[in-house]
Design a protein around this ligand. Structure first.
Ligand code: PMP
Length: 387
């Protein structure tokens, strides 16, 4: 069949199932708000969890340091090469050292994005003959990395560690190396992994434990080191993946691990080796924000209280929600219901989108309130009264 005819048919079929995705043009506005079709709406669809995207004082403090002298390479706008060639500018070393000491003297490797990290780590470490145990609701980038590796992938029921143990007990003797990989805060359900239990299972079955803290870094833990820090298990995790595009208001990602693992990834990880490095300007901004984020305890507490207020409000109104973190889902079931409610909320000033399969399992379409510390209790009232 002609490819374009085939594509047309696929697009029509997606539209009929209410699953057609589109790129919408959105401008950021004041704290917690975005301009949607010309109107400023409360933005519940961003990952700017600490509310830094509209923090002009913070951004001005950084920009005041930016030198316009082309000889000052810390603020160059392109690295012009990959890290293994001439793109490994001094900002990388500084950022990796800062992160390493935040995590108690671990080694750190910075990547271009969380997607690059997840799509590259497992294929570098695992292959045919290995076993990867993956939470059923892990992010697409983790699933892609696991599939790319060529290892046997077994998905355990979401947060069901008895099911995981069943899989481990039955299968580990048959495979060379076993990996367990999970998110810490799950982005679609807002619920949180029990990393202590996973650390115990890792010890018992001699597995490698990888935790993706994309939605937790900056938001949980005394200095923002995520759920690993909150649950006191940093030292037990082989690789902690953190990202900078969410709470840190920047771009990029990193893995926290030991030096041997770091050297191995530098040699084997294709999504690190074969891509242009992050611009020095971006890395400098990440380093700058990182130091500020470590002490943002009041923002972390405020965010947690906002989430409690919204969850309680939803339950009081007999809505179905789940999880316990700063991402608050409202479960609706059918795609049409989610699409209709999202539109109703947007008309009332609340910017949300329907989240539908395949992003979430079939029959669990939802809208998701992704809260930020720039929001207020009045904003929570607006959401609840708009329902
Ligand atoms: N991991 C998780 C759990 C994510 O939710 C995301 C992005 N939403 C990523 C990784 C990818 O991170 P990035 O946006 O930096 O590519």
């Amino acid at each position: 069949m002609d490819l374009y005819k085939y594509i047309d048919k696929q697009l029509t079929s997606l539209a009929e199932r209410q699953q057609l995705r589109q790129l919408n043009c959105v401008e950021h506005d004041t704290a917690g708000h975005a301009l949607w079709q010309g109107r400023p709406l409360l933005d519940l669809s961003s990952n700017d969890y600490l509310g830094l995207a509209a923090d002009t004082a913070l951004q001005q403090e950084f920009l005041a340091r930016v030198s316009l002298d082309p000889a000052d390479k810390d603020y160059a706008l392109s690295a012009s090469s990959s890290r293994l060639l001439t793109g490994n500018h001094p900002g990388y070393q500084l950022l990796e050292e800062k992160l390493g000491s935040m995590y108690g003297d671990r080694s750190v490797l910075v990547f271009n994005s969380g997607y690059h990290a997840n799509v590259g780590i497992l294929p570098a470490l695992a292959a045919r003959g290995d076993l990867i145990c993956c939470d059923k609701l892990n992010h697409a980038s983790i699933i892609d990395g696991a599939e790319l590796s060529g290892a046997k992938v077994k998905r355990y029921r979401h947060l069901d560690y008895d099911h995981l143990e069943e899989i481990l007990a039955k299968n580990t003797p048959k495979y060379r190396h076993t990996f367990i990989i999970t998110e810490s805060v799950f982005s679609m359900d807002g619920d949180i992994a029990d990393l202590r239990r996973l650390s115990e299972l890792k010890q018992k079955y001699n597995a490698v434990l990888i935790v993706d803290e994309a939605h937790a870094f900056g938001v949980y833990g005394q200095t923002g080191c995520g759920i690993c820090q909150q649950q006191g298990v940093i030292a037990d995790i082989d690789i902690i993946v953190i990202t900078f595009g969410k709470a840190l208001c920047s771009q990029g990602a990193a893995a926290v691990m030991n030096e041997t693992m770091r050297s191995y990834l530098v040699n084997k990880m294709r999504s690190l080796i074969f891509t242009t490095a992050l611009a020095p300007m971006t890395v400098s901004w990440t380093s700058f924000v990182l130091e500020k984020v470590m002490t943002m305890t009041s923002q972390r507490e405020h965010l947690s209280q906002l989430a409690d207020t919204l969850r309680r409000g939803l339950l009081d109104r007999s809505y179905e929600t789940c999880g316990s973190g700063h991402i608050v889902p409202l479960l609706l079931g059918e795609n049409e219901r989610a699409l209709a409610l999202a539109e109703q909320l947007r008309n009332a000033g609340v910017l949300v989108f329907a989240i539908r399969p395949p992003t979430v399992p079939f029959g669990t379409a939802r809208v998701r309130f992704s809260l930020t510390a720039a929001m207020t209790y009045t904003d929570m009232d607006l959401i609840l009264s708009s329902l």
